[in-house]
Design a protein around this ligand. Structure first.
Ligand code: NAP
Ligand code: MG
Length: 499
């Protein structure tokens, strides 16, 4: 049997990580440690340092020096690209170690972690090209005496806050673009999933990234995260997480008018028309809500299905939900692993109870899966859901799907848009008029037609409405970390103001 087809063993002991400042790991010393246990096995897997305000100040100062002396932004894009390409190779060389820690800390299936690590390497390769493609504009239409240039300059020191649901993948949708732009970074991963962000520091250093360009502080969001978003030597905050903490980022930014990139929550519609290939749609809808245990900002969590096929489609889903392989994430056959935190487990349980009490009809699931270790939840479907119910409005962030019905395209669009969020949406139909009308009128930053959760770094991601500000990935993802300067150049002799 190959290494990738056997269930991996648990670690003998937790690995202790230092935080990373100015090119070196700093071990705990007298500082307190936070110990993380695997949510699937209840076994300690990693220890990280609880950084102090002084530690944060050191990291920000290192990033500031590295930005201000132009050791990175002053290089040709080709040289930044070379570092990003080497980083991609470094990720591949350490793929198994990265995937292992991702699964141990997050609870996601090892096969999925391996796929995300490989995809992350590909994002670095894409961003390497973007480092070279980034350019400005010129204005040749100002008359013979005046010439205009528009240049893009890196924003500066970026504070990067990432969540626990895709610790390495979301990091990799941000870091290579920030680096491609010439900015420097102080990253703060979620304290429950910091390992891969810390391993990445070594990979980037070995790829030739100058000291001080990528720094990582660790600890909780309410302490070191809050201090980071308030820090006045940080020029921009890129935050991915809940809309609730997004409000705090917005408030903290006012101190020095930081630029903000915000990737927040979603309550993403899956619109299924009667003329869709229902087998494909049922598979896609199942994948869209079960993938990553529904702990996915772009999970398709609101099914909006045409009334004439609702009963048939419900039966197709029920059959598929029962087949999803939920279990030990270290087993390569597992499709859905453990819920990442106790708090999230409680949140999902709360919503399943709320659904039952609200009068929605429980079609399947609706409970935790009994197991000796770890926290697992059954893929859950509620039908007869109305938009006033809590389960229809709130982002649950678990494998809980609500089903709504419609009778016209306009009604489908109206239900799809009946949310404060606008992150992503899917439409299933073989009728191009219906599919395109819905995709053009649904308010979401990312649309999928006859697919879901598909794509690569070429297309940008981000939200409409309360799902956030700005875009990540694609050429837009590099531009996000730049600011624009206009330069006016007068040619020839000046027409004097004073005669
Ligand atoms: P969260 O509580 O908002 O945490 C996100 C990050 O912010 C973590 O690193 C967290 O650190 C940190 N944080 C918490 N409080 C902070 C504060 N006061 N100041 C600065 N940083 C703070 O979100 P979560 O519960 O981890 O993740 C789930 C949410 O993220 C969902 O709502 C989901 O939709 C959203 N999300 C969105 C996207 C997207 O691309 N749009 C992607 C993934 C997740 P600690 O964990 O160490 O406390
Ligand atoms: Mg949190």
């Amino acid at each position: 049997m190959s290494e990738t087809s056997t269930t991996l063993p648990l670690p003998d002991q937790a690995r202790e990580f230092g935080f990373f400042v100015d090119g070196d790991y700093v071990m705990a010393g007298d500082r307190e440690l936070f110990e993380r246990s695997s949510p699937a096995h209840d076994v300690p897997v990693s220890k990280i340092v609880k950084c102090s305000q002084d530690d944060l100040n050191d990291a920000v100062a290192a990033a500031r020096r590295a930005f201000d002396d132009r050791r990175w932004s002053g290089l040709p894009g080709a040289q930044r690209a070379a570092v990003l390409l080497k980083a991609a190779a470094g990720i591949r060389a350490r793929a198994e170690e990265l995937a292992y820690f991702e699964t141990l800390e997050n609870g996601k299936p090892i096969s999925q972690s391996r796929g995300e690590v490989e995809a992350a390497a590909g994002i670095y390769e894409y961003a390497a090209g973007a480092a070279r493609a980034l350019h400005g504009d010129s204005f040749n239409n100002l008359g013979d005496k005046l010439f205009g240039l528009v240049t893009r300059e890196p924003v500066g020191v970026v504070g990067l806050i990432t969540p626990w649901n895709f610790p390495f993948f979301i990091l990799s949708e941000r870091v290579p673009f920030i680096l491609a732009s010439g900015c420097t970074i102080v990253a703060k991963p979620s304290e429950v999933t910091s390992a891969t962000t810390l391993i990445m520091a070594e990979i980037l250093k070995e790829a030739g990234l100058p000291d001080g360009v990528y720094n990582v502080v660790t600890g909780s969001g309410s302490t070191v995260g809050q201090a980071l978003i308030e820090h006045t030597d940080i020029d921009m905050v890129s935050f991915t997480g809940s809309t609730a903490v997004g409000h705090k980022v917005l408030a903290a930014a006012q101190g020095n008018f930081k630029k903000l990139g915000l990737e927040l929550g979603g309550k993403n519609p899956q619109v299924v028309f009667a003329d869709a290939n229902l087998e494909d749609a049922a598979d896609g809808v199942t994948f869209g809500i079960c993938f990553n245990t529904g702990q996915c900002c772009v999970s398709g969590s609101r099914l909006i299905v045409e009334k004439s096929i609702a009963a048939e489609f419900e039966a197709l889903l029920k059959e598929r939900f029962a087949k999803v392989r939920v279990g030990d994430p270290l087993d390569p056959e597992t499709q859905v692993g453990a819920i990442t935190t106790n708090a999230q487990n409680d949140t999902i349980t709360h919503y399943m109870e709320s659904g039952k009490k609200s009068g929605a009809r429980l079609v399947c699931g609706g409970d935790v899966i009994e197991s000796e270790h770890g926290q697992y939840i059954q893929p859950t479907l509620f039908a007869d859901v109305t938009s006033d119910m809590e389960i229809a409005k709130d982002e649950i962030f678990g494998p809980v799907l609500t089903m709504h019905t419609f009778e016209s395209v306009d009604e489908a669009i109206s239900i799809a848009n009946d949310t404060i969020y606008g992150l992503a949406a899917s439409v299933w139909s073989k009728n191009i008029d219906k599919a395109l009308k819905a995709s053009r009128q649904i308010q979401a930053g990312r649309m999928w037609i006859n697919c879901t959760l598909a794509g690569g770094p070429e297309l940008p991601i981000g939200g409409f409405k309360q799902s956030g500000w700005g875009r990540e990935t694609g050429i837009y993802g590099v531009e996000e970390y730049t600011q624009i300067k206009s330069t006016h150049i007068e040619l020839g002799d000046r027409d004097h103001w004073l005669s």
